[in-house]
Design a protein around this ligand. Structure first.
Ligand SMILES: *Cc1c(COP(=O)(O)O)cnc(C)c1O
Ligand code: SF4
Length: 366
């Protein structure tokens, strides 16, 4: 860490802690080289406009090692030349979300849940983003008329009980707009749960304040916050921990999801440390997601077999409270949890099940 040398060290705290200042001063593709050491090929790719949109809040950039391309935080947000390689099976929309769009901003893949994409903006852009086709793109985000149509669709679909607000990052909406959106959704009788997916507490913790906590209060239905956390160093800063505590103290239930990424968290130790750091901050790990086959992300994936092995190695050696489900997301088929197969049928009355100690034991099944 070379945070003490970062180019924002003279920025007054009042500005540094202002999330709008952070967004206004985010590094973009063309300004990355002002902070990060980039090799000639990477600079060339950026100059050619070949990288999908880059952006990093000064706060998150200051956590990255500006000199070391292998820094696990930097790897997630700084373009790499390998992004230009496109494997034959990689797609712009690997989850098939576009064909499942049922209204502006609404994706429905499950009978009882809907995904509501409210903005295409993020506080930093993850290189492996499943929605890189859309975030930071030229297409406009959801406007007021689009949002009205989305809410009208949800209100007219009584099967939907759970709305997952995502994007882009919903916590980049103003407190007033967020409050209003949650009020409107909570007024829909058949909803039982509202979720927000966000990486803002990692990229832009100064965004979290008392007013935001108030906006996220439970209505007739609770509002859960699911945070995207990939590495324990993302939770190390004092500021991040303090603002997460503000959310937890404010009674907001916090879940976490992690993307399994090569050289970022692809070891038993890195995953264990990430999951324990989450529970230490009152974030309950929910999913470990296999990195989707988005265009130009092969260098960030590990084989699914490795993911299953990590789950097998962690199981029983890590508190159950810190264990997420490892999922692949199938186009059309949704998220499927994968687990080392520990069950074998011996006869009609007996199973053989392998415990966390690796010992198979017979188990009566009558
Ligand atoms: C992930 C996802 C959901 C929520 O799925 P859960 O397994 O309930 O967390 C809903 N809709 C879409 C399109 C999704 O990708
Ligand atoms: S914060 Fe989420 S939506 Fe935004 S770039 Fe990262 S993965 Fe994509």
């Amino acid at each position: 860490m070379v945070a003490e040398q970062h180019p924002w060290r003279h920025v007054p705290a009042a500005q540094w802690l202002d999330w709008r200042w952070q967004l206004g001063h985010a590094l973009r593709a063309q300004s990355l080289a002002e902070h990060f050491d980039l090799d000639a090929d990477t600079r060339q790719m950026i100059d050619d406009g070949a990288a999908f949109e880059a952006g990093v809040s000064p706060f998150f950039a200051s956590l990255c090692d500006r000199h070391d391309p292998a820094c696990p935080l930097r790897l997630q947000v700084v373009p790499q030349v390998a992004e230009q390689r496109r494997a034959s099976f990689e797609l712009a929309d690997p989850l098939g979300e576009e064909p499942h769009r049922v209204a502006p901003g609404v994706v429905r893949k499950y009978p009882d849940r809907a995904l509501l994409l409210v903005t295409d903006t993020c506080a930093a852009y993850c290189r492996f983003c499943t929605r890189s086709r859309w975030v930071a793109g030229d297409a406009p985000g959801l406007d007021a008329a689009g949002l009205d149509a989305a809410i009208a669709w949800i209100a007219a679909e009584p099967q939907i009980v759970d709305v997952l607000i995502s994007g882009g990052d919903p916590l980049l909406l103003s407190n007033r707009r967020l409050d209003d959106l949650l009020d409107r959704l909570a007024a829909i009788e058949h909803l039982r749960l509202i979720r927000i997916g966000s990486r803002v507490p990692i990229f832009l913790p100064m965004r979290i304040d008392e007013e935001l906590v108030h906006a996220l209060r439970p209505r007739r239905v609770p509002v859960w916050l699911n945070l995207h956390v990939n590495h324990h160093l993302e939770l190390a800063p004092e500021l991040t921990r303090a603002r997460l505590a503000l959310l937890a103290d404010g009674g907001i239930p916090l879940g976490g999801q992690t993307v399994l990424l090569r050289d970022v968290n692809d070891s038993v130790e890195a995953l264990r440390e990430t999951f324990y750091s989450m529970v230490s901050n009152r974030i309950r790990p929910y999913y470990l997601l296999h990195c989707d086959p988005v265009l130009g992300t092969a260098h960030m994936r590990v084989p699914v077999r490795r993911g299953v092995e990590f789950m097998g190695a962690l199981f029983g050696h890590v508190s159950g409270m810190a264990m997420p489900k490892y999922c692949v997301d199938l186009e059309g088929g949704g998220k499927v949890p994968l687990w080392p197969n520990a069950v074998e049928r011996i006869d009609e009355d007996t199973l053989r099940i392998t415990g966390f100690d690796g010992v198979p034991r017979s188990y009566p099944d009558r």
